[in-house]
Design a protein around this ligand. Structure first.
Ligand SMILES: NC(=O)c1ccc[n+]([C@@H]2O[C@H](COP(=O)([O-])OP(=O)(O)OC[C@H]3O[C@@H](n4cnc5c(N)ncnc54)[C@H](O)[C@@H]3O)[C@@H](O)[C@H]2O)c1
Length: 347
C-alpha cells in the first residue's frame, strides 16, 4: 500500500485553552498529529472534546512535568501557549504568572532544542502579548518600538515584564543555538470558547447581555482596543512557524480595527438584541488596588502581512454571535450534566 508523506507531529502547550484548541483544529485539518499539554487551570477538556482521538492527545499535566515525559518523542513544531492569562489572574497570582512564565518557556525551549538537534528540524512559536508594549502611546505599535512600563509596585505590569523576558529567552535560543523560534505578539483575541472568568472583556459582555444584566465598562469606556477573531489568529500561526524567514523574528498578530470598549459593549447589546444597559465602573472599584490602563492598543501589521498575507476575515458581529452560541451551548451542557460543576467566580 502506498504510504503518504509522514505527517507533521505538533506539540501545543495550553492546547485545551481558548487559542490552543482552535489552533489544534487548524493543524489537525491540515493533517498534523497534535499532542496538547494542559493543566486545565484555565482551559477545559470540553474545548477539545470534538477533536479526533487518532489525531489528538491531551496530556493533563503542568508543562514542566509533561515535557520531561516527552523527551524520547520527536516533534516538528511546538506552539508554546500555556500561561496564566487575564488581568484578574495576574493580579490574583502574580508569582505563578511571573515565575511560571520563565520556567515554562525555558523547559519548552530546552526540549525543542533537544528534538531539533537529535532528529529533524523542530520550529517553535511562542505566544507573547501586546502587553509587552506597556503604556506606550505611539500607536500603532511596531515590533521594534521602545516599550514603556509602569513601576514594579503595580502588579498589573508583571505580565508585560514576564512576556518580555520570554521573548528575550526565545530570541536567545535562536541566536545562540540556531533554534527556529518565532514570537507572536497577540493583541485582543476573541471568539467561541473564550471564558470571561479571568477578566476577558468580550465574554464578560456577552454573558451579561445574554442574562439581561448590565455590561460593566471599566473607566469611562473610551479606551480603545483591536479585536481579532481567534479563528483568523489560529490559521496564521502555522504560516509564521513554517517560514524560515520568520525565525528569529517578532510578529504582531491581531486586527488593526480600533474600537472603544463602550462601542464594543454597544455592539454586543445590538447584535444580541439584549435588554441590558451599560454601566461604568471606576478602575479603583474594578481592580481594588491602583490600576493603570492604556488609552489605545493597535498593532502595525505590516510585518505579518508581508510574511503571511494575513487579512482578518471574520467580523466582530459574527464573533459576538458565535461566542454567544458557544456560551449557551456550554450552559446547556452544564445544566444537563448529572452532577453540578463548581460555580465560576466573577470579575
Ligand atoms: N487571548 C488573548 O487575547 C491573548 C492576548 C495576548 C496574549 N495571549 C497569549 O496567548 C496564549 C494563550 O492564551 P488564551 O487566550 O488561549 O488563554 P487560555 O487561558 O485559554 O489558555 C492558556 C492555557 O494554558 C493552560 N496552562 C496555563 N498554565 C499552564 C501550565 N503551567 N502547564 C500546563 N498548562 C497550563 C491553561 O489551562 C489554558 O488551557 C497565552 O500565552 C497568552 O498569554 C492571549
Amino acid at each position: 500500500m502506498m504510504s503518504n508523506a509522514p505527517s507533521t507531529k505538533t506539540l501545543i502547550t495550553g492546547g485545551a485553552g481558548f487559542i490552543g484548541s482552535h489552533l489544534a483544529e487548524v493543524l489537525i485539518s491540515g493533517g498534523s498529529h497534535v499532542v496538547a499539554i494542559d493543566d486545565l487551570s484555565t482551559g477545559s477538556p470540553s474545548n477539545v472534546a470534538h477533536l479526533p482521538a487518532n489525531r489528538f492527545t491531551l496530556l493533563r499535566a503542568p508543562v514542566i512535568d509533561a515535557i520531561k515525559d516527552l523527551q524520547s518523542e520527536r516533534f516538528d513544531e511546538v506552539y508554546h501557549l500555556a500561561a496564566g492569562v487575564g488581568v484578574d489572574l495576574v493580579l490574583a497570582r502574580p508569582l505563578e504568572v511571573i515565575e511560571g512564565s520563565l520556567r515554562n518557556a525555558s523547559a519548552v525551549l530546552d526540549a525543542a532544542l533537544a528534538w531539533h538537534e537529535r532528529d529533524r528540524p523542530c520550529a517553535v512559536l511562542m505566544a507573547s502579548s501586546s502587553e509587552v508594549y506597556g503604556k506606550s502611546d505611539r500607536v500603532p505599535f511596531r515590533e521594534d518600538d521602545d516599550v514603556v512600563y509602569g513601576p514594579t509596585t503595580m502588579t498589573r505590569w508583571s505580565y508585560a515584564y514576564a512576556k518580555g523576558m520570554d521573548e528575550f529567552v526565545g530570541l536567545s535560543y535562536h541566536a545562540r543555538h540556531s533554534l527556529p523560534v518565532v514570537l507572536a505578539r497577540f493583541f485582543n483575541t476573541v471568539g467561541p470558547r473564550q471564558s470571561g472568568e479571568w477578566g476577558m472583556v468580550l465574554p464578560r459582555f456577552v454573558q451579561a447581555a445574554l442574562d439581561g444584566e448590565p455590561l460593566q465598562v471599566f473607566g469611562d469606556g473610551s479606551q480603545q482596543r483591536c479585536f481579532c477573531d481567534v479563528r483568523d489568529v489560529a490559521r496564521t500561526l502555522p504560516l509564521l512557524v513554517r517560514q524560515r524567514i520568520c525565525h528569529g523574528g517578532v510578529y504582531n498578530v491581531g486586527s488593526e480595527q480600533l474600537m472603544s470598549i463602550r462601542e464594543l459593549a454597544q455592539r454586543v447589546i445590538e447584535v444580541l438584541n439584549s435588554s441590558s444597559r451599560i454601566e461604568t465602573i471606576p478602575y479603583a472599584q474594578a481592580y481594588r488596588s491602583g490600576f493603570e490602563d492604556v488609552a489605545a492598543r493597535q498593532p502595525d501589521l505590516t510585518r505579518l502581512k508581508t510574511a503571511t498575507g494575513f487579512e482578518p476575515t471574520i467580523t466582530i458581529d459574527e464573533t459576538i454571535r458565535d461566542l454567544a452560541a458557544s456560551i449557551q451551548a456550554r450552559r446547556s451542557q452544564r445544566d444537563s450534566a448529572p452532577t453540578a460543576s463548581p460555580a465560576s467566580g466573577g470579575d
